[in-house]
Every structure is written in structure tokens, then in C-alpha cells.
Design a protein around this ligand. Structure first.
Ligand code: G6P
Length: 417
């Protein structure tokens, strides 16, 4: 079995290699191939990967290449961790909207839209290569905005893929932890879009305990407790960017405030310095300061379910196909799925509760327009997408904001003139 990591120069790669050491009995990969366009980072990560696997006593061959098609040869699973434009582009995604009083965030709002526009063409190229070179392989995608990327892959490629995020697993664990409930007794209907998901029903021992779950987390959540009780469902922490947008913009615009990308750039530089140390053979504690902890558990769970055809229930991103009422069949959603050798199959979740329905529908429309803008290379559709986004208040704001964002992204968007 061959595991390919595209974008393996990512500082998250040790998380995945750690997963290999933890899950090797269940998923006995014999080869891991690291691919990146950045030779220096590739060399550092290949060295650390070798040391980590060696320390774990695993005879897994590690190879490294900058040639994507060569990397894909003979792949069983392809994990993707790319960041088109690197951390500097993320910083612009987060900074520019703030100038216009709009939330600036990696995956949410107009910043997330820019990340999608940069990323979708590269993901579709990767998918095309995978279909040609390793048609049996599964693409496990973590690259953000992963929900929008999932929709692009589902609509515009034949690749077999599963869209992942470590978020739902973390939020559900936090809810059950606050309730003091063993996860094995619980089931959570986590429904919505990536970074726009909600625990709409919480079950323990077959009983609906959603009201108790809300009470258990109310004073510890990322949205206001009074609002959480009124809302009646438990949102992903990213809903803070919608429900508390004024406060978010104020805090981020305060003198001296740094964006998350600015912070992560520093963490990454230090991580790479540590990774290059020939004595390091573990994932360092500093990696926990990145947001994607737990990613390898989610990735290995999905790969295991596919490889062994288990039909396990997992929350992943998939085309809706009627799972959630009122959303397009070919739009991506993040819902509980049964995952087997033919991939994820969404469970029917029915209608979204009215207090969240309109928001999810609006963001879905924005996401679908963003996919269309990226694929067609259309500024007109990009403007439709920006105006459809609930965080963009008006044409007067949208027009100059989008112009500035597109100009900043010209190096990745040949259609922007
Ligand atoms: C969470 C999100 C991921 C995101 C990450 C960002 O895990 O679910 O989608 O990539 O945080 O972490 P960072 O350290 O880059 O801010």
C-alpha cells in the first residue's frame, strides 16, 4: 500500500506521519511518497518522516519528489495538504477584508473565497492527474476551504475523493466531554457545510438530549450563551464569524492585533527549524499550536473505512444527494455518512431547523458561485459570489473589496486582468 502526501512540505505532515505510526497495524502502508513544489521544505519533511518511522521501528520506504505524476504512480491513498500562495496569501486574505470592515478569515467570507479561487484549479489538475495515473486511488482532501474544494471535485472531476476536516470530531468531542458522556453511547447529527456545521440533534443511549447538551456547553462555547440557548442547536466555532461579526472585526482591527496567518507564519518558521534538527524524531509539542490537531485520526479513520469496506459512520464532506432538504443535490455538505469501499454515502438528515436554514442556504449559494467563478475564470460570477455572501454588506463595500482582493491574487488567477 502506498500513501502519497501532496503538499508534504506542510508543517502538518508530521501529524500524518504520526498517524502512520499509530495506525500501522490496521493500515499497513509499505511506502510513503512525499511530494511538494518546495524542495527545501520537502527535504526537511522527508528527513523528519524517515526519523519518525525509523524510531517507531516501521520499515516503510520514504520517497520524496517534486514531480506530482511520478508521486501518484501506484498510489493507494493520496492525502492533500497544499496551500496555494502559502502563508503570505493567507495573510492578505485575512488583512484586506478588515480594511473594509468585513471579517477576514482563512475559510470564511471573502478571504476564504480567494483561497478557494486560488486552490480549485490546482485541485482539479491534481484530480485529473490522479484519474490518469492512479485511477483506483482515493484522494483524501484536507486542503481548505475543504467544503468548497469538495464541491469542485464532485462537480468537475471523476476522482474518487473524501473531503475531511478535523473540526466536527473536535466539536463533538468537546460537547460530549462537557456532558460527561462516553462517546460510545452517543450519536450526534452534525449537519451543514464545512465550517458552517451544527450539532442539530444529540442522542445518548437512544434518547434525544439536545437540550441538555446545549445547557452543558452554553457557558463554554465560542458564541454567546444566551444566543446559544435561543438558537437551539450547537454551532461550529466558525459561526462566531457570523453571529459576532461586529466584535470579531473590532478585535481584529485593534492596534497591534495580528491575524491568525501572521501568527501561524511565525509558528511555522519555528516548526521548520525544529523539523530540520537531525535529532528530532517525534512530532514536536509546538505543532499543537496549529489548528489541525486530530487530522490524522480523521484521515486514517476514513482510509480504514474505505479500505476495509466497514460502512462506518463518519462526518465528512460529500455531495448532498438529498441528505439535507433545501440544498442542491450537487452542492457539498458536511453530514454523517456511511463510509465503505465505494466512498462516503450521506445519511438523510431532513430539513435544517429554521433559525439556521437561511444562513446555510445563502452560504451554499456563495460556495457554488465560487466554484463556478473558479472553473469559468469569471470576474462577473466572482462578484455574484461575493454579493451572495452574508458577511458582505453591500455593493459599495463588495466592489472595491473584491477589486483589491483579486488584484492581490493576480499571480494565481490568470483570468484577472
Ligand atoms: C481547524 C480547522 C481547519 C483549519 C485549522 C487552521 O482545525 O478545522 O480547517 O485548517 O483549524 O489552523 P491554523 O493553525 O492554520 O490556524
Amino acid at each position: 500500500m502506498k500513501l502519497v502526501i501532496i503538499g508534504a512540505g506542510s508543517s502538518y505532515t508530521p501529524e500524518l506521519i504520526h498517524g502512520l505510526t499509530q495506525h500501522h497495524e490496521a493500515l499497513p502502508f509499505s511506502q510513503v511518497c512525499l511530494m511538494d513544489i518546495d524542495e527545501r521544505r520537502l527535504e526537511i519533511l522527508a528527513g523528519l518522516s524517515q526519523r519518525m518511522l525509523g524510531k517507531a521501528g516501521l520499515s516503510i520506504t520514504v520517497t520524496a519528489t517534486t514531480d506530482r505524476r511520478r508521486a501518484l504512480e501506484g498510489a493507494t491513498f493520496v492525502n492533500c495538504l497544499i496551500r496555494v500562495g502559502g502563508m503570505d496569501a493567507r495573510i492578505l486574505d485575512e488583512r484586506i477584508p478588515l480594511k473594509y470592515g468585513v471579517v477576514g478569515q482563512e475559510t470564511t467570507g471573502p478571504g476564504g473565497m480567494m483561497k478557494a479561487l486560488r486552490t480549485i484549479p490546482v485541485m482539479l489538475d491534481l484530480a485529473r492527474d490522479a484519474v490518469e495515473v492512479c485511477p483506483q486511488a482515493w484522494l483524501v482532501n484536507y486542503t481548505n476551504p475543504s467544503g468548497i474544494v469538495a464541491e469542485a471535485l464532485g462537480k468537475h472531476s471523476a476522482v474518487r475523493f473524501v473531503g475531511l476536516c478535523s473540526g466536527p470530531q473536535g466539536w463533538i468531542a468537546a460537547i460530549l466531554d462537557r456532558m460527561g458522556v462516553d462517546p460510545l453511547r452517543a450519536n450526534v447529527d452534525w449537519v451543514g457545510l464545512n465550517h458552517l456545521g451544527f450539532a442539530i440533534r444529540v442522542w445518548v443511549d437512544g434518547q434525544d438530549v439536545t437540550a441538555q447538551a446545549i445547557e452543558a456547553v452554553a457557558d463554554h462555547w465560542s458564541v454567546n450563551a444566551e444566543w446559544l440557548r435561543a438558537l437551539g442547536v450547537i454551532p461550529a466555532s466558525y459561526l462566531r464569524y457570523y453571529y459576532h461579526r461586529t466584535q470579531v472585526v473590532q478585535e481584529a482591527s485593534a492596534p497591534g492585533a495580528r491575524t491568525r496567518g501572521e501568527q501561524v507564519k511565525e509558528i511555522e518558521a519555528e516548526l521548520l527549524r525544529q523539523y530540520a534538527d537531525p535529532h528530532l524524531a517525534d512530532k514536536p509539542p509546538l505543532l499543537a499550536q496549529r489548528g489541525g490537531g486530530g487530522y490524522s485520526d480523521v484521515a486514517f479513520a476514513a482510509m480504514r473505512a474505505i479500505h476495509y469496506n466497514t460502512g462506518e459512520r463518519q462526518i465528512v464532506q460529500v455531495l448532498n444527494q438529498g441528505a439535507v432538504d433545501g440544498l442542491p443535490d450537487d452542492g457539498s455538505v458536511e453530514v454523517p455518512c456511511l463510509v465503505d469501499r465505494t466512498g462516503p454515502h450521506p445519511l438523510r438528515m431532513g430539513a435544517l431547523p429554521l433559525p439556521i436554514r437561511g444562513l446555510v442556504q445563502a452560504v451554499k449559494a456563495y460556495e457554488s458561485l465560487t466554484v463556478q467563478a473558479a472553473v469559468e475564470g469569471s470576474k462577473r460570477v466572482a462578484m455574484q459570489a461575493a454579493m451572495a455572501h452574508p458577511l458582505v454588506p453591500s455593493w459599495e463595500v463588495a466592489k472595491p473589496l473584491l477589486e483589491e482582493l483579486l488584484a492581490a491574487n493576480r499571480p494565481w488567477l490568470p483570468w484577472v486582468v
